[in-house]
Design a protein around this ligand. Sequence first.
Ligand code: NAD
Length: 367
Amino acid sequence: MTKTIYIVGLGLIGSSLALGIRKAHPEYRIVGYNRGEQSRTIALKRGIVDEGTDDISHFAAEADMIFLCVPIQQTIRFLEELSTLPLKEGVIVTDAGSTKEAIVEAAETYLSAKNLQFIGGHPMAGSHKTGANAADVHLFENAYYILTPSRLTQTSTVSRLKEVLSGLQARFVEMDAAEHDRVTSQISHFPHILASSLMNQAGTYRQDHPFTQHFAAGGFRDMTRIAESDPGMWTSILLTNQSNIIERLEEFGKRLKVIQHQIEAGDADAIWQFFNQGREIRKEMEIHKRAGIDSFYDLFINIPDQEDTILTVLELLRGISVVNIRINEENRADIHGVLQITFKNKEDLERAEGIIRTQTSYQVFVD
Ligand code: NAD
């Protein structure tokens, strides 16, 4: 019998999940709820879903699996609403929310009386884009997809869910909802607060120091990229992970005080240790691995800011498969920029390094 998958919320995450499910299971019937007409129409036109509705109850009783892909607080409201609707026996309900404890608690509160299975989910990939227009079948490739079991999870729940989501090519990890919220408060929620604080600080500072506007590049840009994220989503995240985030903020405040005192005291050794420790920890963590992919092989080339330099380099490397290219610009035109070229394997990297060293005068170094 054909399975019916119900995607509730046809935004970036819901529509991308639908595309991934369809890729591995073209025979499934995928139906979607979306409050606004725009994403619903796009999802129908692009064949992301077979049928659409603006009333969550419409397909609820027909679904074998329900994915709640709306903002966290709305996910909680829908869990309550699902408890009042007729549902199929044994239906699996899951969600995509960026925080997990509040959602798992709500599911246990509202759905315990129902004959269904619930497991929390957090596909850890996204972008600052929203809506069905931004749907991308590759969004979750190699990304971690966290599953947080609840009292309503059975042993078969996880395997059935993974099977339905096999087309995503994500990396599934099971963990406790509370631990998920602690870890993400450190590596995701708190950094978003920092990025927006930096932008807000620079915004005020530029009023008296207009060059702030022009010199903000390089490191500042890298550190504040995520300040472009959706304010509604981030408000929801902060309000459903309050205690962990406040604890991280307080701990960070103490760290800032320590480095402030070291600067005031002119303590060069302590300041050096501060930077060195950060550098060492960054090297140890998986930060250099894109989406946790095991190994990447990077070549860095110091290139002058001249016309055609990049084309010349790429021409020399013709025939070698390149995974990614990035230009680490400086904000002064008269000094070198760094061209970072990423290769799939060590052999390609070594071949490329040899070519650039022998056929150009550019300085080359390897990560
Ligand atoms: P989105 O803005 O692209 O889509 C949100 C969807 O929710 C839309 O379909 C919108 O119509 C619907 N919606 C919003 N408010 C609603 C309301 N009050 N009632 C009914 N429907 C409503 O956002 P998204 O990025 O797809 O986020 C969806 C969920 O996925 C959120 O819970 C978010 O925390 C989580 N998530 C997002 C990302 C990311 O980077 N974007 C990553 C992982 C998880």
